[in-house]
Ligand binder design. Structure first.
Ligand SMILES: Nc1ncnc2c1ncn2[C@@H]1O[C@H](COP(=O)(O)OP(=O)(O)O)[C@@H](O)[C@H]1O
Ligand SMILES: [Mg+2]
Length: 392
């Protein structure tokens, strides 16, 4: 199978070079047993990659099992993956084969692998390294020969940093990684996909396909598509059903597209988090300084008292000393309220933060709005509106 055939066979539309590269790598690694990690935002088409790999491997006549780790309840996931013995937990009336046993000789696709609980991650690492696993409630070591392909959205490294995903497992799964580009980076494919989906839905609903005017195509391409191809597909489905006028203008499309900035909070959220910790540290330093100052004043006060210099004492604001003993408590409770205070302040200054981000991005891209918008995950139109709003 070559790239073109793979696209045809698995209904993959698009000529983007990163997409083609992803398919190429999938075809190259297919004959081996190497683990592959598919990385891409939600809706970028990750699910076709493991299918391409399985179908082009020597395992293709054996089972292919696709599992969404985020959709299996934490309490039953080990039993589903590795099976259990009769009576191993309440309700386990019979023993059960796990997917790793059923898929022996085949391939398992673990979608949203970042959602796997830590205990299951340990079991998965073992089966990857040795081919061995143990059923829940059993002590007998069993063997299986399964190839693992996992998929994750781009946040897995953050999960590793937070200790929610084992680093060793991450590296083991990530022997080869295949990146799928977000739709906004596939500008040339957007209209192509739109036409394909419009034709599909027209067939399905027996109506003429939705078409776009020239300015509508422009708007379609400028939109950020935070939900990627899944969002585009659903959007075309919605248009196909509700729009009586089959030729859509830019103005209509603009009205129907959800506001892209409200759909891209991740960028700003991350930025806030970084600022928050920095600011928190600053607050702590300030409070420490204040405490030192109070102590210094206390020492001075004591000294003055010893010297009997009441005249000087009277020049010092008495309020400082009144709550001297409570100072420590105040500092503690103040520290506790910092978080709340910051939250309020952060949301108040979100406007400024966004403005700063946009300025930075424009500077970085030497004023090229298109590139800045792409980096910020907003459409060029939205960027333009924001620039006006910020008076930039
Ligand atoms: N290149 C593509 N061509 C046509 N349809 C696609 C393409 N990529 C994704 N899709 C469709 O978009 C939807 C989301 O794809 P999916 O693989 O489930 O995304 P992910 O797993 O990355 O969230 C599916 O309906 C899929 O068929
Ligand atoms: Mg998916």
């Amino acid at each position: 199978m070559d790239t073109k055939q793979a696209k045809q066979r698995f209904g993959i539309i698009g000529n983007n070079s990163q997409l083609e590269r992803a398919i190429d790598v999938a075809l190259q690694v297919a004959p081996t047993d190497i683990s592959v990690l598919v990385i891409g935002e939600s809706g970028t088409g990750k699910e076709s990659i493991p299918k391409i790999i399985h179908q082009n491997s020597k395992r293709k006549h054996n089972p292919y099992i696709a599992l969404n780790c985020g959709a299996i309840p934490e309490g039953t996931i080990d039993s589903e993956l590795f099976g259990h013995e009769k009576g191993s937990f309440t309700g386990a009336h019979d023993s059960r084969k796990g997917y790793f046993e059923s898929a022996d000789g085949g391939t398992i696709f673990l979608d949203e692998v970042g959602e796997l609980p830590l205990a299951s991650q340990a079991r998965l690492l073992r089966v990857l390294e040795t081919g061995e696993y143990i059923k829940v409630g059993s002590s007998k070591t069993l063997r299986t020969d399964v190839r693992i392909i996992a998929a994750t959205n781009v946040n897995i490294l953050e999960a590793v940093k937070k200790g929610k995903f084992r680093e060793d497992l991450y590296y083991r799964l990530n022997t080869i990684s295949i990146q799928l580009p977000p739709l906004r980076k596939r500008e040339g494919d957007i209209h192509l996909l739109f036409r394909k989906f419009a034709a599909d839905f027209a067939d399905q609903y027996n109506t003429p396909p939705i078409q776009l005017s020239e300015d509508a195509v422009k708007i379609l391409k400028q939109y950020a598509w935070p939900g990627n191809i899944r969002q585009l597909r659903n959007f075309v489905a919605q248009l196909s059903v509700i729009e009586k006028e089959r030729m859509l203008t830019g103005a209509t499309l603009e009205e129907l597209l959800p506001n892209s900035t409200s759909n891209t909070p991740v960028l700003f959220e991350d930025k806030n988090k970084a600022d928050l910790s920095e600011r928190e540290i600053l607050y702590k330093v300030l409070f420490d300084m204040k405490r030192d100052l109070t102590e210094l004043k206390k020492i001075t006060f004591d000294l003055m008292q010893k010297e009997g210099n009441t005249e000087l004492m009277n020049t010092v604001n008495p309020d400082i000393f009144n709550d001297m003993n409570e100072q420590q408590n105040i500092i503690i409770s103040a520290n506790e309220t910092i978080n709340k205070t910051i939250e309020v302040e952060e949301s108040l200054s979100l406007f400024d933060q966004e403005k700063r981000l946009i300025e930075k991005s424009l500077l970085k891209h030497k004023g090229k709005r298109k590139d800045a918008a792409a980096e910020l995950g907003i459409s060029e139109r939205t960027l333009y509106r924001k620039l006006k709003e910020f008076g930039l």
